[in-house]
Ligand binder design. Structure first.
Ligand code: ADP
Length: 657
């Protein structure tokens, strides 16, 4: 804030008397019109003095300042302006007067007119050179030497040739001005006018760059001055004075422009960046860039007061740049009731930008039409002592909507998954209830079939012939198989209906019972080995019993022909977990079947090879999953298989129970 107020004060002080030169010019015009046109006012000391001050001294000073500004900034326009000032200083100042005295009027007029032409060309070049590339720092001095040197030497050459009367005639004494002089001076005037008009237009687009106004005015007045001289056939006529005063006035405005363009701070004013070189670059290059940006760009000072905002910001927030200067940005843009929050966000972003951390914040703002919208601000801290922060502001309505949609979708997805799961569970329960009741209801008719088949067997077998006896055997076998199948199915479907418990389970009692169940198989040559000690897992005792029973059954069943079946049961504790494993020395399982065998009714063998129902491993898997774990198998065909279930270890070991 302080900087901009200072700048405004300085500007008003600098421009307070800016109208005086114009008033002098107008006064000259009036006096000239009142005077007798034939009477010329030409004291011999006056013109050299004025020319020396205004047309040699001031342009020379500006040329010098331009060197410093160019070396500091490398802006090509500044070099061209300086070059124009060199041509003016050498060609249009004291030199023509001296030449008139030394070598006659033609020499003086020739040098003046050519000087004006060269200056005009350089100042047009300054307009055109705006956006070109900035040369490296160490090459700039050479550029200055080349531009100034060539101009100065060229002008000296013209002076020398004019003195030696080797230049074409610009003025023939007694006759008047030649057409050549009209063309040269006319072109010079046009060049000044063109440059003046162009900068005037640039100023129109960048109203705060007041130095451009003075600069454009200076160029215009110089063009006017040259034009006035052009209309006069002889030197010394009163109207010539109007032209001269216009040129002197122009020099004053050149100086005013230089003063206006000098950087604001005391340190910067001393520095070499004068003449607003960077301002010119900014007007021609950076400003249009910022203004054409489709993003809102705000520059503000450390306390959050606005210094400038671009055209997009004007459009979005409906306030002109000139109206926002010095006002807190938060108050300008915050949505109703959000001023405090927005101010805090800006303060935090500024502080973070100074620390060099990511300074991105979300704020609630309101646009020109009163529509509140969420925005994201990205703050950049100044890299010098300027105190100017740059803030990029982006409308994030769409992103917010997308985020909200995703959240909503997530919620509804979860709800849908829950609903599906519930439906699936219900369907599963239905299926289990159904298979349970079917199996259950099938038992009565099956009992009737097997019961009567047994009676038939006992009482009537002797009366049956061989074929009849065979059919009866088939009925009895089928009935027995069906009975096993129904029992297995009942076991399987009953699992899902249980409430799963979770407790420390000792495996020894389970194995004791199972030894009894399988005692016949052991007597027939099989063996059950228990690896002690048996660790206790946290499990449901019934489910664990089902698992071990089914695995043990298979281990004793799928033996290699001629090799006695050996089942080996272990429960090993490791790192808070217990692996319950049943290993055998049987036929093994080919890798391609290792997943399928856990599905219901999947059997790899015919009933006459190995008896079974295809429900055992499905029961094992279901029991394991009900306890939140799973069953895995490792197997080498022809060597044996190991089925394992990993459970959480119980705090107290099964041994102790
Ligand atoms: P069942 O044993 O009643 O046929 P399971 O579901 O228990 O049904 O087993 C499915 C199939 O997996 C069996 O038919 C058998 O081919 C194979 N299988 C199961 N356990 C073993 C094992 N320990 N060794 C070799 N094959 C096995």
């Amino acid at each position: 804030m302080a900087a901009s107020v200072q700048g405004a004060d300085r500007r008003s002080a600098g421009t307070r008397y800016a109208g005086v030169p114009l008033a002098v010019l107008a006064g000259t015009l009036v006096v000239t019109l009142l005077l007798d046109r034939q009477e010329s006012f030409e004291p011999p000391w006056l013109l050299p003095l004025l020319n020396g001050v205004f047309l040699t001294g001031i342009p020379g000073l500006i040329a010098y300042l331009a060197v410093r500004a160019y070396v500091a900034t490398g802006v090509p326009s500044v070099l061209a302006i300086g070059t124009g000032m060199v041509a003016t200083s050498v060609g249009c100042g004291v030199v023509p007067g001296l030449l008139i005295a030394l070598a006659g009027p033609n020499a003086g007029v020739t040098v003046h007119n050519i000087g004006a032409l060269v200056a005009g060309a350089a100042l047009v070049a300054a307009v055109l050179a705006g956006p070109t590339r900035v040369p490296a720092w160490n090459r700039r001095l050479y550029m200055v030497l080349a531009a100034y040197g060539v101009t100065a030497l060229g002008m000296l050459l013209v002076i020398a040739l004019a003195m030696a009367s080797r230049t074409p005639a610009f003025l023939v004494p007694g006759v008047g001005m030649t057409p050549l002089r009209e063309v040269v001076l006319g072109t010079a005037a046009a060049a000044f006018a063109y440059a003046g008009l162009t900068w005037w237009q640039v100023w129109q687009r960048n109203r705060d760059m007041t130095f451009l106004r003075w600069y454009a005015l200076a160029l215009g007045l110089f063009a006017l001055g040259l034009g006035a001289v052009l209309t006069q056939p002889t030197t010394g006529s009163p109207v010539v004075w109007v032209g001269r005063v216009a040129q002197f006035t122009s020099a004053v405005y050149f100086l005013l422009a230089v003063r206006e363009a000098a950087p604001t701070g005391p340190r910067a004013a001393r520095g070499p960046g004068g003449l607003g070189a960077s301002l010119i670059q900014s007007a021609l290059v950076y400003r249009p860039m910022v203004e054409s940006l489709a993003e809102v760009l705000i520059s503000l000072n450390r306390s959050g007061a606005a210094l400038y905002w671009n055209a997009m910001a004007e459009r979005v927030f409906g306030m002109a740049t000139v109206d926002i200067v010095g006002r807190p940005v938060a108050e300008l843009i915050a949505a109703p009731g959000r001023v405090e929050a927005v101010a805090t966000a800006f303060d935090e972003a500024i502080a973070e930008a100074h620390r060099g951390t990511a300074s991105v914040r979300e704020v609630d703002v309101v646009d020109a039409r009163g529509r509140p919208f969420p925005a994201e601000i990205v703050m950049h801290a100044p890299d010098g002592a300027s105190g100017v922060h740059v803030c990029l502001l982006r409308d994030i309505t769409e992103r917010k909507q997308a985020e909200a949609a995703i959240l909503e979708l997530n919620d509804s997805l979860e709800a849908r998954v829950e609903e599906r799961t519930a439906r699936l569970e219900a369907a599963n329960l239905d299926l289990e209830t159904f298979s349970y009741s079917v199996s259950h209801d099938l038992r009565a008719p099956l009992r009737a079939i097997t019961g009567f088949a047994e009676i038939l067997d006992r009482r009537y077998r002797s009366r049956l012939d061989a074929k009849g006896a065979h059919y009866l055997d088939q009925i009895i076998d089928g009935g027995a198989h069906m009975s096993v199948l129904i029992n297995d199915l009942l076991d399987y479907s009953r699992l899902g209906r249980l409430l799963v418990r979770r407790e420390a389970v000792a495996l020894d009692p389970i194995l004791e019972r199972l030894r009894e169940v399988f005692s016949e198989r052991v007597a027939a040559g099989g063996s059950i080995e228990v690896v002690v000690p048996l660790a206790s897992p946290m499990a449901d005792p019934t489910l664990l019993h089902e698992i071990v029973a089914n695995l043990l059954d298979n281990a004793l069943t799928y033996a290699r022909p001629g090799v006695p079946a050996r089942a080996r049961i272990s429960a090993i504790r490791d790192d808070g977990r217990v692996t319950v494993a049943v290993a055998d020395n049987g036929i093994g399982i080919a890798p391609e079947h290792r997943d399928r065998i856990f599905d219901v009714f999947v059997r790899l063998h015919r009933a006459d090879e190995y008896p079974g129902t295809g429900i055992g491993l499905a029961t094992v898997r279901k029991a394991a999953r009900l306890m939140g774990t799973d069953v895995t198998v490792e197997s080498v065909p022809g060597v044996g298989s190991t089925f394992s279930v990993v459970l959480e270890a119980a705090a107290t070991d099964g041994q102790a129970l």
